[in-house]
Design a protein around this ligand. Structure first.
Ligand SMILES: [Zn+2]
Length: 338
């Protein structure tokens, strides 16, 4: 069977972990649940049970076929229920029952969560207990394309497997925001710097609203009793905060890549690294022409500083404005010096 290269690569690495007895008990597979990530989860489960004499999984033996058909008795598939769109407490109870039963095959038990981000907060908290004290020979696979929507406590107990192609898609909007800020505003004045920061903050604000909508859409499940409402609100806010932080991290990644492209131009290094913004060659060239090597490095430090300040919980608007003023002033000082 032919697999996408990133699935093949991830599977090879997990096969090796298993062969050397270092398989983790829980993996977070980041990618499309109905695409590459779902396929990888299925292959990993097949690895546990496949009986083929050659390379495993074969995808053809009785066990592999049972797994593909979702009929293997030792493998439980957990998906959001159609009506509520959430993974509910009752499903977590079923998971706990499943792993406490003796394995039919006398070996592994496996649980695969498809769209694991849909675990509602109560269900996630209950599942956390299982993740903290997993039984032996038990494998959990959490498949999601929105890892930031999961409780951080759940994520921290899983090993992350990121399918590269999926990760690249998610940042498209932030990449566009960086291009807009760096090319959409002329000049090196203070006003231009503030305007750049405003553009980026505008995009972040819109994305935060999207995050709030997504999180709230998932909250209709398991209507909590009144005494639980406060806890529910805290969990909601924590999820939004963690998704928003991930968004900002991604923004800084793109800003750094922009400055890296500029730095590569400044040193005249063509070829060794593919540019992150191949469609912006002219704008990158223009920035590079106004910078010395040291200034270009300074700009990278500036973005590292901004990232650090946000991690220290400084207000994002303040960090952005000061950061963009520094980035813009780097060009200015250069001009004044000459
Ligand atoms: Zn097989």
């Amino acid at each position: 069977m032919s697999l996408e290269p990133e699935v093949e690569q991830a599977l090879a690495s997990l096969r090796q972990s298993m062969a050397s007895g270092r398989l983790a008990h829980a993996y977070l597979i980041v990618g499309a649940p109905r695409g590459a990530a779902g396929v990888l989860a299925e292959r990993v489960v097949e690895l546990l049970y496949c009986t083929a004499p050659g390379e495993r999984p074969c995808g053809q033996c009785a066990k592999c076929r049972q797994i593909a058909a979702h009929t293997h008795p030792d493998v439980l598939w957990v998906e959001p229920q159609k009506k509520s769109r959430g993974i509910l407490m009752a499903q977590i109870k079923a998971v706990q029952d499943h792993i406490n039963l003796t394995s039919f095959e006398g070996g592994w038990k496996a649980v695969v969560f498809l769209n694991a981000d849909r675990l509602n907060p109560y269900a996630a908290n209950r599942f956390l207990k299982t993740l903290e004290e997993p039984p032996d020979k038990c494998l959990f696979l959490l498949v999601t394309d929105q890892p930031a929507a999961l409780l951080p406590t759940v994520v921290s107990r899983c090993q992350r497997v990121v399918l590269a192609a999926e990760a690249a898609v998610s940042g498209a909007e932030l990449r566009a925001a960086v291009v807009l800020a760096m090319t959409g505003i002329e000049g090196r004045s203070l006003v231009a710097a503030v305007e750049r920061s405003r553009k980026v903050l505008g995009v972040l604000k819109r994305m935060r609203e999207e995050i709030e909508k997504t999180v709230d859409a998932d909250e209709h499940t398991d209507t909590p009793a009144s005494e639980e409402l406060k806890a529910a609100k805290e969990i909601r806010d924590a999820r939004i905060e963690s998704l928003y932080k991930e968004t900002i991290t991604e923004l800084f990644r793109w800003l750094l890549l922009w400055q890296r492209d500029v730095l590569l131009r400044v040193v005249g290094a063509d070829g060794p690294v593919a540019p992150a913004f191949p469609d912006q060659v002219e704008a990158i060239q223009q920035s590079a022409a106004a910078l010395t090597y040291r200034r270009a490095l300074d700009n990278i430090n500036t973005i590292e500083d901004m990232r650090w300040q946000v991690a220290q919980n400084l207000p994002v608007p303040v960090v952005m404005e000061r950061g963009f003023i520094r980035l813009t002033a780097a060009d200015d000082r250069m001009q004044n010096a000459e």
